[in-house]
Design a protein around this ligand. Structure first.
Ligand SMILES: [Zn+2]
Length: 80
């Protein structure tokens, strides 16, 4: 098994960790309904993706989620 010849300097270690820091997800606007959507994901509010309806959206469920900011979408991956 390959083993590193030298230990990495603190500078290199910090440069590596600096490059993989957390970044906020890039949000786009849905061209159909104007809500913010994650890229490459069907719009959760209207169910459109690339100008085509791909999801059946329960409108009442979405309104409830939007009204309460404590609610999160299932795909954001955070607790709650
Ligand atoms: Zn939409």
């Amino acid at each position: 098994m390959a083993v590193p010849k030298r230990r990495q300097s603190k500078s290199r270690q910090k440069m590596r960790r600096g490059a993989k820091r957390w970044q906020a997800p890039i949000l786009n606007k849905c061209p159909e309904c104007g809500s913010t959507v994650l890229s490459h994901i069907a719009c959760p509010s209207c169910g459109y993706y690339k100008g085509r309806k791909v999801l059946v959206v329960n409108d009442m469920w979405f309104r409830r989620v939007v009204r309460h900011p404590s609610h999160r979408f299932p795909f954001t991956g955070s607790s709650q």
